[in-house]
Design a protein around this ligand. Structure first.
Ligand code: DC
Length: 227
């Protein structure tokens, strides 16, 4: 049986960076499920789909195909109808649309089978919002990563500034709080800590410290499984 690690938490807690590093150190397949929701969101934005119009939404979802692949360094690449959209999905407008569209059951259904299928074949580290609670409830290690909203906003701001993108700290913090609110309060697959998840607050931890902690926990659990 493959070993599964589920990492969930709010936007900006450092999930993707940490998850990618930890998966690399453990030689696990890394699956960034947020990227899949973002790819669908981009497809919906391109089509100008009104999320309130359920017929239009279903038509759009029938036309949208999301697949993933890996580059030579193990980095996940996401494809929207065959086009590599890995960079385009990082825009703020796509993230905001992903937060809104991922609340819809039709959108979640489309990705559930794809995500579960990936975890069957090999050892996997998957990150998202509902991995420990809905997608992989039998994961051998579940982590809930969080950090203060102000810390998360600052990290995002520095990331954007480093990329040369102009932004405002207040606006980013407001958007992060709005997104948290939506992700936590949606009726379908809301963001919450699984009962058996380890809580890691990364506000005062470096990326290296968090990665090390996760790798250590994973090695411990894998050792216990073998015994
Ligand atoms: O982690 P991220 O910012 O790339 O995710 C984008 C959006 O997708 C986020 O607002 C919530 C949603 N999402 C989700 O609902 N379930 C997941 N497993 C992953 C992401």
């Amino acid at each position: 049986m493959s070993f599964k690690i589920a990492i969930d938490g709010p936007a900006g807690a450092g999930k993707s960076t940490i998850a990618r590093k930890a998966a690399g150190q453990l030689s696990f397949l890394y699956v960034d499920t947020g990227a899949m929701y973002r790819a669908i969101a981009l497809g919906l934005l391109e089509r100008g789909t009104d999320l309130q119009d359920s017929d239009a939404l279903l038509r759009a979802l029938e036309e949208i195909t999301v697949t993933i692949g890996y580059d030579s360094t193990g980095g996940q690449q996401v494809f929207l109808n065959g086009e590599n959209v890995s960079s385009r999905i990082r825009e703020e407008k796509v993230g905001n649309m992903a937060s809104a569209s991922s609340a819809l059951p039709q959108v979640r259904e489309k990705l559930t089978a794809l995500q579960r299928g990936l975890a069957q074949k090999e050892n996997v580290l998957m990150d998202g919002r509902d991995i420990g609670t809905v997608i992989l409830p039998d994961a051998q290690l579940k982590i809930f990563l969080t950090a203060d909203a102000a810390v998360r906003a600052k990290r995002r701001y520095l990331e954007l500034t480093a990329k040369g993108v102009e932004s405002s700290l207040e606006k980013i913090e407001r958007e992060i709080l709005e997104r948290d609110e939506r992700d936590r309060n949606r009726p379908v697959a809301p963001l919450r800590q699984a009962k058996d998840a380890v809580l890691l607050d990364t506000s005062d931890m470096t990326i290296e410290e968090v990665t090390e902690k996760i790798v250590e926990l994973a090695r411990e659990r894998m050792g216990e499984e073998k015994r």
